[in-house]
Design a protein around this ligand. Structure first.
Ligand SMILES: [Zn+2]
Length: 234
């Protein structure tokens, strides 16, 4: 249960990053639309909005790429898309920050350091970086939530692999493993949080299926043997 809520908490973190990434871009987007519509925005408002947006964007960008790196590290499959998002976000982030540092070293305006030829690419990077983080965070979130949804007995996830032993579970999930008090009554080795869950998994239990198959073949042999004796008797 705790592992499940932890998983849900981490998944929630992904949505949080995506929502934050979209939210921090909102002031810039609003200013862009207002400018396109020819609406005059007072300079003080403009400065306040852009300052808030810039600080929030830098936090989301740094935190978001770190979150993506973590998501890639723990992903069991489908890493390629996450790695692509992460690498592109890192590339954009580097392309944004490096010229700004050079500008402050040379005590020159950023526009001069970039040169007119690179104004467009720098601006595109600024827009893309946040969107890449938002997309990557949502993707990581979906990857995490995906395989566990629709599992009939989620409490059995920990030891669903035949080679996994409850005693071998890593430190962080031991608390939830100790809650799995009820072993499979047919002896397949899985453990469950409630007796009902243990009894209820019979439909999917490999040990029960094997027992039933053995019993059926035994019955067939008996019937066959009895039939054979009848025939052999005079
Ligand atoms: Zn079983």
């Amino acid at each position: 249960m705790q592992a499940q809520s932890n998983r849900r908490g981490r998944a929630h973190l992904g949505v949080l990053f995506a929502v934050a990434a979209v939210t921090v871009t909102a002031p810039r987007l609003a200013l862009a639309y207002l400018a396109a519509d020819g609406v005059e925005v007072p300079t003080t408002w403009r400065v306040d909005l852009l300052a808030v947006s810039s600080v929030a964007t830098s936090i989301v960008l740094t935190g978001g790429t770190a979150y993506l790196a973590h998501a890639i590290a723990v992903a069991s499959s489908g890493r390629a898309a996450l790695v692509a998002c992460w690498a592109a976000a890192l590339g954009c982030s580097g392309a944004l920050i490096a010229p700004a540092i050079v500008a402050s070293l040379r005590v020159q305006p950023l526009a001069v350091v970039l040169g007119t030829s690179r104004h467009w690419s720098w601006s595109v990077c600024a827009v893309l970086a946040v969107d890449l983080v938002a997309s990557g965070a949502m993707l990581a979130d979906a990857r995490r939530a995906g395989p566990d949804e629709g599992v009939v007995h989620p409490v059995g996830i920990l030891d669903s692999h035949p080679l996994t032993n409850v005693a071998d579970v890593p430190q962080g999930v031991v608390t939830s493993a100790t809650a799995l008090l009820y072993p499979c009554p047919w002896g397949c080795g899985r453990r469950f949080a409630t007796r009902d869950a243990a009894n209820g998994h019979g439909r999917h239990c490999t040990a029960r299926a094997a027992l039933r198959k053995a019993a059926a073949s035994e019955n067939n042999d008996l019937a066959g043997g009895a039939g054979g004796r009848e025939v052999s008797q005079p």
